[in-house]
Design a protein around this ligand. Structure first.
Ligand SMILES: Nc1ncnc2c1ncn2[C@@H]1O[C@H](COP(=O)(O)OP(=O)(O)OP(=O)(O)O)[C@@H](O)[C@H]1O
Length: 239
């Protein structure tokens, strides 16, 4: 499998606080990576660096063999931020069309991608409503559809299923698994342990460092745990 993301010796401070401390991580196509850790651990800062929105103080990141930041990578990275960046006065469809128009898509592709993304997040029947009338969960779903709109090779989702009901969460995960099987590299940050279990590979982040990493099965064995909640608690205690 090809390596798609390489993070080398990344560190970052905000004022006197070290938020990321010499992080090393490589990722491959066709896999889902879970970044898990307590609030304030540094997960969002790390994913923003991969997208190119935050600059490390030291170290480097490359995505698809190109150094980040790189304008041309935006076509290949779908990013769903923790807070929704939507246009409330536009309808769901207008939002999707606007974001799709930022990418190199033919008219037919654009139409197909909008139909696909809206269906995936179960918003097809709500597309003509203004986003200002959407619930919190609907806004999250629309943000996820936007992250997928250009069919990127890399998908970075910061707490994608917060505010999404269990049934839809299930179908979103089914789709994420299909996308990884189609060769995408997917990063998900989460606090939800049963979601962590669905990832192929976990990096557990605490106080800006990766305190443990491995497949869910490896981590359960390492921490003599039967559930992922236990892995999380035991790893935190050992630290
Ligand atoms: N722009 C900024 N300026 C100053 N401090 C920041 C900035 N962005 C993040 N931080 C701090 O960096 C630390 C890590 O934040 P980050 O958002 O990466 O954590 P997180 O693991 O994603 O947390 P959560 O799970 O709550 O989203 C926190 O202490 C936060 O307050």
């Amino acid at each position: 499998m090809n390596e798609t993301i390489s993070i080398r010796q990344i560190s970052k401070r905000f004022k006197e606080k070290t938020v990321l401390n010499t992080i090393d991580l490589t990722m491959q196509e066709g896999s889902i990576y879970g970044f898990i850790g307590p609030s304030g651990a540094g997960k969002t800062t790390l994913v923003k660096m991969i997208v190119g929105m935050e600059k490390p103080d030291s170290g480097s990141i490359s995505v698809l063999n190109q150094a980040v930041p790189n304008f041309s990578l935006l076509q290949e990275i779908g990013y769903m931020a923790q807070s929704d960046a939507l246009y409330p006065e536009l309808t769901g469809k207008e939002n999707l069309t606007f974001f799709a128009s930022l990418y190199q898509l033919s008219k037919t592709e654009m139409k197909e991608r909008i139909t696909y993304a809206a269906r995936l997040v179960n918003l097809t029947d709500q597309l003509s409503k203004k986003v200002s009338a959407y619930s919190g969960g609907m806004k999250r779903r629309l943000s996820l559809a936007i992250a997928l709109i250009q069919n990127p090779k890399i998908l970075i989702l910061d707490e994608p299923t917060v505010g999404i009901d269990p049934e839809l969460r299930q179908s979103i995960w089914q789709e994420l698994i299909q996308l990884k099987e189609a060769g995408k590299t997917i990063i998900v940050t989460t606090h939800v342990m049963d979601e962590a279990e669905r990832c192929d590979y976990i990096a557990m982040i605490r106080d800006g460092a990766i305190i443990t990493r491995g497949t869910p099965a490896e981590l359960k064995e390492q921490y003599h745990a039967t559930s992922f909640d236990e892995v999380f608690l035991n790893a935190g205690r050992e630290k």
